[in-house]
Design a protein around this ligand. Structure first.
Ligand SMILES: Cc1cc2nc3c(=O)[nH]c(=O)nc-3n(C[C@H](O)[C@H](O)[C@H](O)COP(=O)(O)OP(=O)(O)OC[C@H]3O[C@@H](n4cnc5c(N)ncnc54)[C@H](O)[C@@H]3O)c2cc1C
Length: 179
């Protein structure tokens, strides 16, 4: 293993592997990622895998929207596959939460996110197996879906390795010394 590196990343989940890849892409290829188990063995591998845009703050909603562009164009932007499947995403809230949901949808639309309020009749068309009432809050994101978190993670790591980085498994970071 390398004794020195320009960047040391601790943790081989999707965040660490994405950072490793993006640093290498920016020219910081003398980097090492330490993963104490195997890549994707943390919460990444247990994720529900949904790629939705419905968040209540602009920062997270914007990040989700930008991430969706990566998931849907993963082969061209990163290489490999994200396993993304565009299913659409239905938001259903109780009547009491409807005003809040509508505010969120307006905020997301301001950001350019493809989302809209729908009716119970629309839901009957989109997802006939789902029963909803007209007074519930209903919204639809046609471009959302799910991806494969393990595949995303290992693809990032693989592309980062192609650029000269290393990401050993079974490498636990035990001490941090700040100089
Ligand atoms: C496609 C996709 C869809 C997602 N959809 C959802 C969703 O529907 N709902 C949801 O809630 N979340 C979702 N997420 C997010 C997911 O659930 C996790 O929150 C996210 O993957 C966490 O990534 P992480 O890299 O921060 O953490 P982790 O995956 O937990 O990675 C941390 C890693 O650090 C390692 N580590 C810890 N300590 C050390 C040490 N001392 N030395 C070395 N290694 C160490 C661990 O072994 C672990 O592998 C999604 C993620 C993806 C990629």
């Amino acid at each position: 293993m390398r004794q020195t590196a320009d960047a040391v990343i601790i943790g081989g989940g999707v965040m660490g592997c994405s950072i490793l890849y993006n640093l290498a892409k920016l020219g910081v290829a003398n980097s090492v990622l330490l993963e104490m188990d195997v890549l994707g063995s943390g919460s990444t591998g247990r994720s529900q895998a949904i790629c939705r845009m419905h968040y209540s703050n602009t920062v997270t909603a914007s990040m989700a929207w930008e991430s969706l562009k990566v998931f849907t164009n993963f082969g061209e932007m990163v290489g490999g596959s994200s396993g993304f499947v565009q299913t659409g995403y239905l938001v259903i809230v109780e009547p009491i939460d409807r005003p809040g949901m509508e505010r969120n949808i307006a905020m997301q639309q301001e950001l350019g996110i493809d989302t809209r309020i729908v009716s119970a009749a629309d839901v009957a068309q989109l997802a006939p197996m789902v029963g909803v009432d007209e007074d519930e809050g209903l919204a639809w994101e046609p471009q959302s879906g799910y991806a494969d978190p393990y595949q995303v993670t290992t693809s990032y790591a693989s592309r980062a390795r192609d650029m000269g980085t290393t990401a050993p498994s079974g490498a636990r970071a035990s001490t941090l010394r700040l100089r």
